[in-house]
Design a protein around this ligand. Structure first.
Ligand SMILES: Cc1cc2nc3c(=O)[nH]c(=O)nc-3n(C[C@H](O)[C@H](O)[C@H](O)COP(=O)(O)O)c2cc1C
Length: 218
């Protein structure tokens, strides 16, 4: 099982969020191969809304490290999104990656894959809002969300057991191809919505229209 851990903190090895995420990794068990990517090591540009990735799937004129990261996300069975709470949101680096992945949303490219979330903050409050956003991102890309864990950075130890449990559940969900019916309903509703849009824009978003046709979704 291939797991990608995306660490969105600029503090790299000093990151408290990464420290909590390592407990999730501990819970995954021995069959998991985990690759950690620190967004602060990558060159990440902003989406310019040129729509090149919709015309030809995944094509992007920005020459940076994001296309390679998106390829890693596509190759993973599960993705752990670890982000500090920055003003009740993910960090700007992670948001920039999300923005660059809008093709994932149009074509539900994370269908059949699993995501989970790890958040820390200074206050230990409002972290659910960040986890909710990570859940939302999962669903709009088609992925099942196995859950999240959050902690106040000054009291991580209170949440380490919960983080290990989340890792165990994450590995089980991936191994058993678990589907959460309520999540599948949300994903399908999103697909129906995008099916209509892709159909309407078929002359412009040619690559994505062809992808939907090839999948037999249109
Ligand atoms: C720009 C910025 C915004 C932050 N916003 C919040 C916030 O809204 N609420 C909060 O409790 N902590 C906030 N914090 C504190 C971090 O969430 C907290 O220290 C976190 O554990 C850092 O994670 P890291 O060690 O993985 O980088 C903020 C920190 C920064 C640098």
């Amino acid at each position: 099982m291939n797991i990608l851990l995306i660490s969105a903190s600029p503090r790299k090895s000093k990151s408290q969020t990464l420290a909590l995420a390592q407990h999730v990794v501990k819970g995954l068990g021995v069959s998991a191969r985990v690759e950690t990517v620190h967004l602060c090591d990558l060159k990440i540009g902003y989406c310019t809304h040129c729509e090149a990735c919709h015309v030809a799937c995944l094509r992007c004129p920005i020459k940076d490290d994001v296309p390679a990261l998106l390829s890693k996300m596509l190759a993973a069975d599960g993705i752990i999104l670890a982000t500090p709470n920055y003003i009740n949101q993910v960090t700007a680096a992670l948001k920039a990656v999300f923005d660059r992945s809008s093709h994932f949303i149009h074509c539900k490219r994370l269908l059949g894959r699993y995501l989970c979330g790890v958040v820390t903050s200074g206050s230990g409050t409002q972290d659910d809002r960040v986890l909710d956003y990570l859940r939302h991102y999962s669903h709009i890309c088609g992925a099942q969300f196995s859950g999240g864990v959050s902690a106040c950075s000054y009291a991580l130890e209170k949440k380490t057991a919960e983080a290990v449990r989340l890792g165990r559940k994450f590995a089980q969900d991936i191994g058993r191809r678990k589907e959460y019916p309520a999540q599948t309903r949300v994903i399908k509703k999103g697909m129906a919505h995008f099916g209509r849009i892709i159909g309407m824009r078929k002359d412009h978003w040619r690559g994505e229209y062809a992808y939907w046709k090839e999948k037999g979704w249109l």
